[in-house]
Ligand binder design. Structure first.
Ligand code: AMP
Ligand code: MG
Length: 353
């Protein structure tokens, strides 16, 4: 089969990796656009697309040099074709198609969510079937992973993704972008019981998430915070209260999904977590408890492979090539591309066709 080059440009990280066909990482590079988007407190699609176009070539050259390979040595190129911001996706797909056509290499279009879903098989040897909790800047989903190309969505967000809610809370509080790490830092030592914030969807039927009401509740509390020297402690308490409320909701929805997963896939033993929010230590502690209580093995890939990266795309390409599924999807950039085609459309990010 030969090594696989993986390209990821669906959001605000330009990322490239080269994997040997057995999954060994031969090279990985990433360029974050945080500095470009920081003045706006969120991702600006036009700026993201330009940044990918300016950087992707050089990152590919660097990764190939690090791997000590020429394009002719590759077995295939895997590229994120969706879901995501269409400008960035188009840059990745066109680049992969050009290299593929010059060097006569197969190009495998990868669903970004599939990349996240399969990473724990590379890093932690996760075995099908398992339950995936994906919490990132663009997605919040609970997915039963049955096999390569076989995904059942159990829950998704009806509005904001959790990482997006962290980013918005940070923006409203003047904590900067990206917001997740800043909110976590600010919350450290804060009193999570000081502000009574809503626990969205807790106790509701189904496994869906909703985070926009929680963000609005934080917005309403902010103007009531004291000014002057007491403000820092109050903001720490507010961030801690926000995290607690959000993670109560995550724990409730995940426990519900575990029950559904068990009913249909009684052989499943693992809970896999992915997405940038998985870097949060308070969340990690909650999920450790939940997995222990549910007698599931918790698998969280290292932070650099939880957030957007090229390794997961190359790996998904390898999984598809091994399974003979490399031509299942057309090579076409798609802003919306549900991983589970049978899932009912929901208004949240990345789930509508
Ligand atoms: P991704 O979309 O997977 O690239 O992850 C980026 C998202 O993860 C952003 O929305 C970040 O704010 C969020 N994030 C990163 N680190 C943390 C953290 N420590 N706590 C909460 N959210 C985080
Ligand atoms: Mg990102």
């Amino acid at each position: 089969m030969g090594p696989v080059l993986g390209l990821e440009t669906s959001c605000d990280d330009t990322a490239v990796a080269v994997l040997a066909e057995d999954g060994r990482i031969l090279a990985q590079t990433r360029s974050s656009q945080d500095d470009e988007h920081a003045p706006f407190g969120g991702i600006v699609p036009e700026i993201a697309a330009r940044a990918h176009a300016l950087r992707l070539d050089r990152l590919i050259a660097r990764a190939m040099a690090e791997a000590g390979l020429h394009f002719r040595d590759l077995g295939a190129i895997a590229v994120t074709a969706g879901p995501g911001l269409i400008g960035g996706l188009a840059v990745g797909v066109v680049t992969a198609a050009a290299i593929g056509s010059v060097h006569r290499l197969p190009v495998v279009p990868i669903n970004h969510l599939e990349g996240h879903a399969l990473t724990a098989r590379l890093t932690d040897g996760a075995a099908f079937p398992y339950l995936l909790l994906l919490l990132s800047g663009g997605h919040s989903q609970l997915i039963a992973v049955e096999g390569v190309g076989r995904y059942r969505r159990l829950g998704t967000t009806l509005d904001d993704a959790l990482g997006e809610a962290f980013d918005k809370v940070a923006k409203l509080s003047g904590l900067g972008f990206p917001g997740g790490p800043a909110v976590e830092r600010t919350a450290t030592g804060g009193d999570p019981s000081r502000y009574a914030l809503p626990r969205p969807m807790v106790g509701q039927p189904g496994c869906h998430f909703s985070f926009s009401g929680l963000k609005t509740a934080v917005r309403q509390v902010l103007p009531t915070l004291p000014e002057g020297p007491e403000r820092a402690a109050a903001l720490a308490d507010l961030c801690a209260s926000f995290q607690q409320a959000a993670f109560d909701a995550v724990a409730d929805r995940t426990a519900k999904a575990v029950r559904r997963f068990r009913e249909r896939w009684p052989d499943g033993r693992e809970l896999v977590v992915a997405g940038g929010v998985a870097a949060n230590r308070a969340l990690r502690r909650r999920l450790d408890d939940l997995a222990a209580r549910q007698r599931l093995c918790l698998k969280v890939p290292p932070p650099e492979l939880c957030t957007d990266n090229g390794v997961m795309i190359a790996w998904a390409g390898i999984e598809r090539l091994r399974a003979g599924l490399e031509s299942e999807h057309p090579l076409q950039a798609r802003a919306r591309w549900p991983l589970d085609p049978e899932a009912e459309p929901a208004p949240g990010a990345g789930v509508k066709a």
